[in-house]
Write a protein that binds this ligand. Structure first.
Ligand code: NAG
Ligand code: NAG
Ligand code: NAG
Ligand code: NAG
Ligand code: NAG
Ligand code: NAG
Length: 436
């Protein structure tokens, strides 16, 4: 018989949801590791602290209890199975009515299991007064072990530890998010970031950023990219670097300011018919275009990007982009030499300011994200920029995706003779075998 009212049910559901939310907002890492302690009294094993119930209620099968006759310092230790974690905070439920045994405790995050602990002291219980038996202690440290350590003796026995529940919140190193499901950016130094927001902890990797400057939270290069690099993280090859850029009409902020790598210097112009044209100097396979516009642009109206193989045929070329907003990143798959951007005309005049242009692709016979791999020797023309496969076929005498298999002429001649023989002998294998 169901005696629960609807209101009771809703309340129950609500409180259940609240618990779930609280748990998922701080990821408890104790399921991923093992607990140990100096000694065990009457079944109070170290694992009891990392299992429910989440309460201060004591019994030997739900709380830990270290030995009672020892005069040496007592400890309880947790070790992560996956190595290192970034620990944001640690929550402790101590045995009810025994706060005096908790008095003077220390909580460490360490990289070794050495006792006395050597590492970061997250918290030391201050005197005077008894500690609170439920505590959440912020730590914000990277480490492999969490150690609860107590040197203070009670009046009858030596130091004793009785932990009823411990939650160690944080994420495994290199991960973040409410369930630690996201990987830290590879542009964070040591791929290390805060579990709460993914910001880099040791700063960002500046290898390809102009002036070594990157945003220490996002890793994005702030000033621009080093030679021949483009993209937020300057991790992609930029065909535009070796191109020549022309703006029309000419101005004292020439097109070359748009392909110098720097986001700070911008090419600028104004006039009745404005165009911005990049000459890649040869027909190239292009997979994407980044354009960083400055402040001074005619925004209202249709923005168009054309691809063509000659400088003045762009009007009849391929349209790569056409829309009512400024393009920023466009994925394309096209072969061309000239890229032409035409802003909307407002009345009789248009304004244009381009700070940086990135054109994704590779120079001839190269492939890979930064074009540092050589296309196979026997490709007939360029190779696929991702796989390096010879997409336009092989030179004579070669076959295979990467044209790696030579067709041996002797072998070919053998098969040709066999085929001719069989043809003239009504495809009788028996005769062939007899001949041999
Ligand atoms: C543990 O080692 C890491 C480097 O692997 C270091 O960043 C961290 O500060 C160390 N933690 C402690 C508590 O010493
Ligand atoms: C990310 O979190 C850390 C630690 O909580 C904080 O210091 C940092 O300012 C945060 N980053 C951003 C961009 O809010
Ligand atoms: C960045 O580098 C360029 C060229 O090396 C230099 O002219 C410019 O002053 C630098 N900018 C900053 C903010 O350091
Ligand atoms: C440029 O020429 C190549 C062949 O050399 C052709 O595949 C490509 O489609 C041409 N591009 C445009 C935009 O016409
Ligand atoms: C363009 O390609 C990149 C990488 O392949 C992808 O992450 C991005 O979502 C694509 N953008 C659009 C608008 O399709
Ligand atoms: C092949 O077959 C044809 C008829 O099918 C026959 O006339 C001829 O003699 C055969 N040739 C040999 C070499 O057996």
């Amino acid at each position: 018989m169901n005696t629960w009212s609807r209101a009771d049910m809703i309340l129950l559901l609500l409180s259940h949801t609240a618990v779930l939310l609280r748990v998922s907002a701080q990821h408890n890492l104790t399921p991923f590791g093992t607990a140990t302690q100096i000694s065990t009294y009457s079944g109070g094993i170290p694992q009891n602290a990392i299992k429910p119930p989440v309460s201060n209620a004591f019994s030997f099968d739900i709380c830990t209890h270290t030995g009672i006759v020892s005069r040496t310092p007592a400890w309880w230790m947790f070790q992560f199975s996956f190595g290192t974690a970034y620990i944001t905070d640690i929550t402790i439920y101590y045995r009810e009515q025994y706060a005096y045994r908790m008095d003077g405790f220390k909580l460490y995050v360490t990289n070794t299991s050495t006792i006395p602990p050597e590492g970061y002291l997250c918290y030391e219980d201050p005197d005077p007064g008894l500690p609170n038996i439920i505590q959440t202690i912020p730590c914000n440290q990277l480490g492999r072990y969490v150690i609860y350590y107590d040197t203070k003796e009670d009046s009858t026995y030596g130091p004793i530890i009785e932990l009823c529940y411990v939650a160690i919140n944080g994420c495994r190193k290199g991960f973040w998010g409410s369930n630690c499901e996201k990987m830290c950016s590879e542009y964070c130094i040591e791929r290390h970031c805060y579990p709460g927001n993914g910001s880099c902890i040791y700063g960002c990797n500046t290898d390809n950023c102009l002036n070594d400057s990157c945003n220490k939270f996002t890793g994005i290069c702030t000033d621009g990219c080093m030679e021949r690099r483009t993209g937020d993280f300057c991790n992609k090859y930029n065909l535009a670097y070796d191109s020549s850029v022309l703006i029309n009409p000419n101005s004292r902020y020439p097109g070359s300011l748009a392909n110098d790598g720097s986001k700070i210097s911008c090419s600028k112009t104004k006039g009745p018919t404005v165009t911005f044209q990049v000459d890649l100097k040869e027909e190239s396979i292009v997979t994407g275009v980044y354009i960083l516009f400055g402040e001074h642009n005619t925004k209202v109206g249709s923005h168009t990007l054309y691809a063509s193989n000659t400088s003045n045929s762009w009007k009849t070329g391929t349209i790569l982009f056409e829309d009512q907003f400024l393009p920023t990143r466009i994925n394309v798959s096209a072969v061309f030499r000239y890229l032409t951007y035409v802003p909307p005309s407002q009345g009789t005049s248009a304004e244009l300011e381009v700070c940086e242009i990135g054109i994704l692709g590779c120079p001839p016979s190269h492939y890979g994200p930064v074009c540092n791999k050589l296309c196979p020797d026997n490709c007939n023309g360029p190779c696929d920029l991702e796989t390096g496969n010879c997409i336009f076929g092989c030179l004579n005498g070669w076959i295979g995706n990467k044209c790696e298999q030579g067709i041996n002429i002797k072998t070919l001649q053998f098969y040709a003779r066999l085929f001719t023989y069989l043809l003239y002998n009504n495809f009788s294998i028996c005769r062939w075998v007899l001949v041999i």
